[in-house]
Design a protein around this ligand. Structure first.
Ligand SMILES: Nc1ncnc2c1ncn2[C@@H]1O[C@H](COP(=O)(O)OP(=O)(O)OP(=O)(O)O)[C@@H](O)[C@H]1O
Length: 602
């Protein structure tokens, strides 16, 4: 806790300064704050003068009316200036608050997106979303509106106390005895609130995580008829938030009860002691009235200060969580390293003695001393039992993870030395269930291009034609502007595949990583997807996780994965010739299953 407090404090301070150095240092904002506070705090003094003018004995009615009128006109002018200065102060603080939130959100989002993939394996999406929305808003509120009100309260409390001493030092010393215990209570309250606020945000993040996951997978929830039980689980999570909020409410109620009581006691003591001073002619009625008003303002300012402190503590709690994210350095950078001349890139891939375990399961290696070579411009089909690591091979080539030992190279260059952006700009991927974003088909296809801005409509149409997607897209009423829904939910599996192929084509990559669609497609779709894939593969180095016999036959070589390594590698016919080999067994099993399936259909 102690070790993070200082950096978090500096971080919050830098947020304030970065977003509106202009504000705190701009004479305008400080001026508005000073004017509005000065006006507020001069009002009781001037009102006291009005009361004394009214009660002055020995003046004739006309003179009294004249001085009363001029005093009231002056006061109205002062109040107008104070009101305008206050409005300007609130506006400046609010707009700067929004600026801080905007800057913070952009920094947090950028920090999240630059983390290594293993970070996302460990994180919960809902929690990250919560950081991005709720925590940033809380920090923004805490260091703008709250800070502005806090500064105002400090200014007013200081001015009020000075004026109380100016009007009556003895009465002021008597009344202010109550301040230290209230301040002590406020500090205790603020600290406790900070810890409750952290726990509340954590509980809220868990609830958001659950809601986010279930809503985005609504079809599965519906298919299993789990709506009611999901509602119950979510309610249990929100119950935790509620019970923490209730604790906070009890604390808040107690605190405000005590501060309210202290305020009233202060006023009562002013009336008691002030009444005695008036009776002994040491104070006028106007002075007592001014003093009362100052007491009132000081009371309000102290209450404002304690709420400022507690809000600041809440903001500190949220700031700590944001800081943890902002301060996190990704395990490998996104845009540093060697960039090779594109025309020299051949696309030869090699796994050399690679050992790898997922960071979340470091005790269970997926590969041990795996070696595999894919010559430039050839097609390597990868087969193997489920869970043997076919997709992991693709993830390693994309450098989503780094191997624990050994080396993966492109044209002899260790991919750890290459700039990851550059590396990925030369790799195209089409996965078994491609993910599309909730935007138009046009934008989804253009997403594949390295320079999205430079993509023309003609480029998109061409890619769609080659991917056998043009006709079905044009058949939609909105054509290429059709919005595909979240994760492309409004399209069929085959349509998604063909859009993903068009997306990969637009990238024009040297290396292609394919996870071939399985039997999910009907015969016509399968033919169209297959044809599109074949066009996509032309002239590139291809690693394809193969499920169909036809693909395997067309591949230059087949690698069979099992037991954490490549157990067989060679041409399709060669491998089939090895009666004891795993490939032969896999093929026989597949043929048997297909036969069974056809028999069942008949
Ligand atoms: N992000 C991850 N974190 C931890 N373990 C993982 C992760 N992804 C996959 N695994 C594990 O790694 C192993 C290999 O998975 P992988 O998806 O590469 O196999 P696969 O051969 O592609 O399987 P399939 O043919 O069923 O798609 C599996 O045991 C899987 O549980």
């Amino acid at each position: 806790q102690q070790s993070t407090s200082l950096p978090v404090f500096c971080f919050l301070l830098s947020c304030v300064f970065k977003a509106y150095l202009l504000l705190l240092s701009t004479p305008a904002a400080v001026g508005f704050l000073t004017v509005s506070s000065a006006v507020t705090m001069s009002a009781p003094f001037l009102l006291g003068k009005v009361i004394d003018t009214i009660y002055t004995t020995g003046t004739d009615t006309e003179t009294m009316a004249a001085s009363l009128t001029s005093l009231c006109i002056m006061l109205t002018g002062v109040f107008l200036v104070g009101g305008a200065a206050n409005a300007a102060r609130v506006y400046l603080m609010q707009s700067s608050g929004q600026k801080i939130v905007r800057n913070l959100r952009a920094s947090i989002f950028s920090s999240i997106l630059t983390q290594e993939v293993a970070f996302f394996d460990r994180s919960r999406t809902g929690e990250l979303i919560n950081r991005l929305s709720a925590d940033t808003a809380m920090v923004g509120r805490s260091i703008t509106d709250n800070l502005s009100d806090g500064l105002r309260a400090v200014a007013q409390a200081a001015a009020g106390v000075s004026m109380m001493f100016y009007v009556s030092p003895s009465l002021a010393s008597f009344v202010l005895l109550i301040v230290p215990p209230v301040a002590g209570l406020a500090i205790f309250y603020g600290r406790y609130l900070r810890s409750i606020s952290k726990r509340t945000q954590d509980a809220l993040a868990q609830a958001t995580q659950l809601a986010e996951e279930r809503i985005s997978n609504m079809r599965t929830v519906r298919a299993f008829g789990k709506e009611l039980s999901e509602v119950n689980t979510y309610t249990e999570k929100t119950d935790q938030v509620f019970s923490l909020a209730r604790k906070e409410a009890v604390l808040r109620a107690g605190f405000f009860g005590v501060t309210g009581l202290s305020g009233n006691i202060m006023i009562l003591s002013v009336l008691y002691k002030g009444g005695l001073l008036m009776a002994s002619q040491h104070m006028t009625v106007g002075e007592l009235s001014s003093f009362l008003m100052y007491t009132f303002w000081v009371g309000i300012s102290i209450a404002g200060l304690s709420s400022f402190y507690s809000e600041l503590m809440k903001g500190f709690g949220a700031g700590t969580r944001l800081w943890e994210l902002l301060d996190r350095k990704p395990e490998f950078p996104l845009n540093e390293g060697l960039v090779l001349p594109t025309d020299q890139l051949k696309g030869q891939l090699e796994f050399d003695d690679v050992t790898f375990a997922y960071p979340t399961r470091s005790e269970a290696p997926i590969f041990q001393n795996l070696s595999l070579m894919v010559p430039a411009g050839t097609i390597m089909a990868v087969v193997g039992p489920s869970g043997s690591g076919k997709s992991t091979l693709v993830s390693l080539l994309l450098r989503l993870y780094d191997p624990d030992a050994g080396m993966i190279s492109i044209d002899g260059h260790d991919i750890r030395d290459l700039n990851p952006y550059w590396l990925r700009s030369h790799i195209g991927t089409v996965s078994q269930e491609p993910v599309l974003f909730s935007c138009s088909i046009r934008d989804n296809i253009a997403y594949g291009a390295v320079d999205q801005e430079a993509v023309t409509t003609e480029d998109i149409y061409r890619a769609a034609r080659v991917a056998n997607a043009y006709n079905f897209i044009q058949a939609f009423p909105q054509g290429f502007d059709t919005v595909v829904g979240e994760k492309g939910v409004l399209l069929s599996g085959g349509q998604k595949q063909r859009i993903a192929i068009a997306r990969a084509l637009l990238r024009n990559p040297k290396i292609l990583l394919l996870d071939e669609a399985t039997s999910a497609l009907d015969a016509e779709n399968e033919f169209l997807v297959q044809e599109a894939l074949e066009r996509l593969m032309e002239g590139r180095t291809v690693v394809i996780i193969a499920h169909r016999l036809s693909t395997i036959q067309n591949a230059n070589a087949v690698a069979v994965l099992d037991q954490q390594r490549v157990v067989e590698c060679g041409r399709h016919a060669e491998l089939l010739g090895n009666r004891q080999g795993l490939f032969r067994k896999l093929m026989e099993k597949q043929a048997f299953l297909q036969e069974e399936q056809q028999r069942a259909l008949r």
